[in-house]
Each structure stands twice: as structure tokens, then as C-alpha cells.
Write a protein that binds this ligand. Structure first.
Ligand SMILES: NC(=O)c1ccc[n+]([C@@H]2O[C@H](COP(=O)([O-])OP(=O)(O)OC[C@H]3O[C@@H](n4cnc5c(N)ncnc54)[C@H](OP(=O)(O)O)[C@@H]3O)[C@@H](O)[C@H]2O)c1
Length: 213
């Protein structure tokens, strides 16, 4: 697939690198400096390159949206027309300092995004793991017995298949949690996982596995 990365920070840089190493064409975009995007593309290898958000969207089979949700308007404005595009969002509704989840009736990140781009095909995924585990999970993908789970949700069946394929490419079992409205439960779950991970003495290490769902 051709995958546009909108937001090349902790999540976007790692997932974009993994997607490139899994054989996808990747365009890294949206960082404060172009040199960083060029470096990420070089280090990812494969068919990765740096571009603008508009270039990342052009001909993309899927987009990974990995920005603070307060930056949605800015990045979406730069991305251009997203009608019919598959957008996999890992955004969580955090306060400006990234220290607390903002939970309220109107404050779920995936639903906010769906209101802003109603014609896009949105899947919420990748937000229920700390970014620090991503490379380890990818590198252990040959050992299925230990494959951790990763939940995703969305309303468009085709978009969900695309997202699930990417989740599996990263080395996780893809667990379908249902329609996009379920993101209001998976988003707080993501914060719980993050909290557990950062409580440890040796840094974030937690990935989880559902034996039954
Ligand atoms: N980190 C995690 O473990 C984790 C886990 C689950 C979900 N999430 C969610 O995933 C989303 C992304 O998280 P993250 O940790 O990857 O965030 P991050 O490291 O802060 O990355 C955000 C990206 O947006 C870019 N950006 C910010 N302001 C910009 C501006 N004014 N102009 C251009 N680019 C700008 C940053 O540029 P620079 O690269 O130049 O800084 C960076 O590439 C968030 O919604 C977060 O809640 C994160």
C-alpha cells in the first residue's frame, strides 16, 4: 500500500518506519522541520520519502493521522480533500500538555475527527499501545504465540480491513472492537495502558493480549 503519515512524531515516525520495513510505500509529513522528515525517510529505508501533507494524501491507500488532536484543523487544512480516504487515527483526546485525557460527552478524538471530515473513512487504531513497544512487537512478529492484541474500531468495513492489515503487519493481533463510537471506550482504555506502562521502574514496556474478547 501507499501510506501517508500525517504527523511524524513518536507514533508517526515509528509506525511509518515499520510500514516501510513491512514493504509499503510511505510518505512522512507534518513535522516542524523538513530535515527531520528526510532523515526519517532515509533511516526507514525501503520506499519511504519525505513530503508535504498534500503529497502524503495524494494517491494514498491509507493515511495515518498521528498528531495532538488540537492540531487536527491545521494538519487537515494542509492535507486538502480527504473524501473517501481511509484515515487511521491514533489520536487521543489529551490536554494541551499531554498529561491528562480529556473525557467528556463531546471530547472523543475519533468522533471529533469524523465530524471534521465526514466523507473520510475513519478507523481508530494504534492508540491502545505506548509507542515504545512498537519496534519490539514488530521485531518479534515471527513468534505468534506471544503476539499482543491491538483494538481498532470504525464504521467502514473496507477501511477497517485496511487498518487491520496494517495492525497485523506491525506484529499485533488485530481485534475488531466494533463501530467508531466504541472509540469513546478504547480511548480511555489507551490511557489506562499508557498509565500502567509508565508506572514501571524500567520505562514503558506494556503490551497486552486478549485471550477472550
Ligand atoms: N506517544 C505515544 O505513545 C502515543 C500512544 C498512543 C496514542 N498517541 C496519540 O498519538 C498522537 C500523536 O502522538 P505522538 O506522541 O506521536 O506526538 P508527537 O511526538 O508530539 O508528534 C506529533 C507530530 O506533530 C508535529 N507537529 C506538532 N506541531 C506542529 C506544527 N506546528 N507544525 C508542524 N508539525 C507539527 C510534530 O512535529 P515535530 O516532529 O517537529 O515535533 C510531530 O511530528 C497523539 O494524539 C497522542 O495522543 C500517542
Amino acid at each position: 500500500m501507499r501510506i501517508g503519515i500525517l504527523g511524524s512524531g513518536l507514533m508517526g515516525a515509528k509506525l511509518g518506519t515499520i510500514f516501510a520495513r513491512a514493504g509499503h510505500d510511505v510518505v512522512f509529513s507534518y513535522a516542524r522541520n523538513r530535515d527531520k522528515l528526510e532523515r526519517l525517510a532515509r533511516e526507514a529505508g525501503g520506499n519511504a520519502r519525505a513530503g508535504t501533507p498534500r503529497e502524503a494524501v495524494r494517491d494514498a491507500d491509507a493515511l495515518l493521522l498521528a498528531v495532538h488532536w488540537l492540531r487536527f484543523d491545521d494538519v487537515l487544512g494542509q492535507a486538502g480533500d480527504l473524501s473517501a480516504k481511509v484515515i487511521v487515527t491514533c489520536s487521543l483526546p489529551m490536554n494541551a500538555e499531554d498529561t491528562e485525557l480529556v473525557v467528556g460527552r463531546t471530547s472523543y478524538a475519533a468522533e471529533e475527527l469524523a465530524k471534521k471530515v465526514p466523507k473520510a473513512r475513519i478507523v481508530s487504531a494504534f492508540n491502545t499501545v505506548p509507542s515504545e513497544v512498537l519496534f519490539d512487537v514488530f521485531e518479534s512478529r515471527g513468534k505468534p504465540a506471544h503476539r499482543p492484541s491491538l483494538v481498532y474500531c470504525g464504521d467502514d468495513a473496507g477501511a477497517k480491513e485496511t487498518a487491520a492489515a496494517l495492525v497485523r503487519d506491525c506484529g499485533f493481533d488485530a481485534v475488531d472492537a466494533g463501530p467508531l463510537r466504541i472509540a469513546r471506550y478504547t480511548e480511555p482504555f489507551a490511557l489506562l495502558m499508557g498509565q500502567l506502562a509508565y508506572e514501571g521502574h524500567e520505562g514503558p514496556e506494556v503490551a497486552y493480549r486478549f485471550e477472550r474478547f
